[in-house]
Design a protein around this ligand. Sequence first.
Ligand code: ZN
Length: 316
Amino acid sequence: MTVRTSGLHHVTAIGGDPQRNADFYLRTLGLRLVKTTVNFDDPGTYHLYYGDASGKPGSLMTFFPWPDAPAGRIGTGQATTTAFSIPEASLGWWKQHLSDHGVETTVDDRSLTFRDPDGLQLALVAHPQGDPRDPWDTKLVPAENAIRGLHSVTLSVSKEDATADLFTGGLGLTFHSQDGNRIRFQAGEGGPGAFADVLVTPDAPRGQVATGTVHHVAWRAPDEPTQAAWRDELLDQGVRVTSILDRQYFRSIYFREPGGTLLEVATDAPGFAIDEPLLELGRALKLPPWLEPRRDEIEHLLPKLKLPTENNPEQA
Ligand code: ZN
């Protein structure tokens, strides 16, 4: 194995109403909207990217909000929980904040678990060694308590072996720890943004990807040559990988792990400042060059979205 990921790049999920989705992630969770664009494979639908101040890889949670899509089912063959990293001293603050916003939480030592308005399972986790990443600062969620980025994902599987083999082989992760039926893997040195858990639940129902479920989990590749070499290596291992796709803000390949979850390897570059200034990220609808000629038609199809003012830097 020559290629190893340094950690999570983004998690993409399916939402329902885009306004409700944006309000929850921007106001309640205090993330920054770092790109407003469309699903390149279905341009009548938004693709909303939430992240930290500059939209760094490892901070990103993205959504395809489909207002009329049916509810999905959380189960095996999916990433069933997406966890964000918060400061250890902020657990109590978040419990109160989420309660003030009508979100029920389950609390344990170091984490809070809850659901978004579409039923997606989320967690906030405090890492004992802290998390040095720069947060976004908003009126409702001040920087001292703010989410630092992704912490980890949990993939639910009916049996462990093949998924664990792909994690340690195809992704270059290493074993970190085991707690009952939960096996933790880490990328590089581990830490927030570099953990993935495999949860073995043989009797759980099979998941169905639709509203309120994760669509795919993306891992970081430092650059395009590494991604190309990685693709070759996966093909050599018999993994069915897509060709390299231009996602405008990164290049992507996709493949399924044997347990059923769709994975992606995405490059760190070029990032979100490629088509608008850093200070203005997310405020205007951005389209890739190949969709720009259809802008009028696309804008007509998309539901109107009103961004919460608390999330703008000048008003924060
Ligand atoms: Zn993706």
